[in-house]
Design a protein around this ligand. Structure first.
Ligand code: FES
Length: 151
């Protein structure tokens, strides 16, 4: 008898809140909290290393997915020139990918990019022109070298 009175009291206390939809708000609140700890998939962290040196100056940026890689570099004061404004008429936006898996995920080079890369100083097997690339989620945590003397 005593137990059922206690039980009735508890139900009676929360019933008005249930009727007002408190449980739905609590659920929504919990979902919002979970969302707040999810990583922001629209941004990825990229580290640019200037002068193509392992111990060269580093600039860590949070780049928007879909942005041109060269624009990300320029907007964050990375020492890259991009003299032709992305018209494939120079190689001053040359960069080197240190992550082979990321490099292999990049869209294939066009012939014009290959031609311009041939003029780049410090050309490597994983060199690309940053004006021809868009940031993708695969860039998360990547390290990109920026050679000091591009033509
Ligand atoms: S800015 Fe000239 S080729 Fe990329």
């Amino acid at each position: 008898m005593r137990k059922s009175l206690k039980h009735s009291f508890r139900v009676a206390n929360i019933l008005p809140f249930l009727k007002r939809g408190v449980s739905a708000r609590l659920f929504t609140s919990s979902a919002a909290s979970l969302n707040s700890i999810q990583p922001d998939l629209t941004k990825v962290r990229i580290t640019f290393v200037e002068d193509d040196l392992e111990d060269g100056p580093r600039i860590v940026v949070d780049a928007a997915v879909g942005a041109k890689l060269v624009d990300v570099a320029l907007e964050n004061d990375v020492d890259i020139e991009a003299a032709c404004g992305g018209e494939l008429a120079c190689s001053t936006c040359h960069c080197v990918f240190t992550d082979l898996k990321l490099y292999e995920s990049l869209p294939p080079k066009q012939e014009e990019e290959e031609d311009m890369l041939d003029l780049a100083a410090d050309l490597t097997e994983t060199s690309r022109l940053s004006c021809q690339l868009e940031v993708t989620p695969q860039y998360e945590g990547s390290i990109i070298l920026v050679p000091g003397q591009a033509l």
